[in-house]
Design a protein around this ligand. Sequence first.
Ligand code: SF4
Ligand code: ZN
Ligand code: ZN
Length: 308
Amino acid sequence: MRRCAKCGKKAQVFLPQHRLSLCGEHYIEWFENRVERTIREFRMFSRWDKILVAVSGGKDSLSLWQALIKLGYDADGFHINLGIGNYSEMSNQIALKFACKVGRTLHELHLAKEVMPVPDFRDYDKRPACSLCGTLKRYYMNKVAKELGYSVVATGHNLDDESAVLFSNALSWNIEYLERQYPVLPEENGFVKKVKPLCKVSEKESALYAVLSGIEYVEDECPMAQGATTIDYKLYLSQLEEKMPGIKLRFYSEFLRKLYPILKTQEQKAKLQKCKVCGEPSISDICSVCKLKIKISSRKYIHDQHGE
Ligand code: SF4
Ligand code: ZN
Ligand code: ZN
């Protein structure tokens, strides 16, 4: 029987890459310490910052929110209801329930009211729904954080997410994306600071923290995620991890330590201007979200005129 390395009680968790067995209570402590160390290592924020956590209702975002609150940070939540049927309704309810439990504010935005529900995009735009959904989430996170006076936006991207994206970008040596693959993006040009405090904990570790902390979360994957290539990359990396515990963390951490500083010195930042419609940062006169909204309203207008 494995015993907790801290107190000698029966271990509930074994972390192969750290060769560490822990009981539930000490696992929770280990996880929170790891998040705190990551926040400090990358100078993400301090206890004086107002943090807005992007809360989907899944294990990562709720684990992050809970850990930040327990570590004494001033963290509220922001949930975007994507309008994806039952999945979105359930996610919204769970996020609200959690906010009530921890006694913090959850700001909500309904995409159906602001633009349209994610599944309807396919009638208006050829881009994959996930690409548009990602653009809209980033746009509203930034806009709402600024409007409500938050200095930092924190997202629940974990080590599996980051290493899968890194793997994908490295396969095509996509320098432009690699240059931006850092767990902190500074406040500049109309963007608030964005951070990923879970970048060094795996999906399994984050799920364990949620379960052992009694957090209720949405277990289903978003139904629109099916077929995304990052799912395959995650699977390959997890297979590798089974044979070589710690490989994911090494792949990601060594990129940050060795390659990122070199790329950073050569980074060419895109010239940004203010969108003429909404004032948010944009590479062209009108930002992609406003362009989409214009397209949708003009199509609706034509549709109404023809009475179809
Ligand atoms: Fe949005 Fe795609 Fe993620 Fe679903 S899987 S939340 S549609 S980006
Ligand atoms: Zn213990
Ligand atoms: Zn705009």
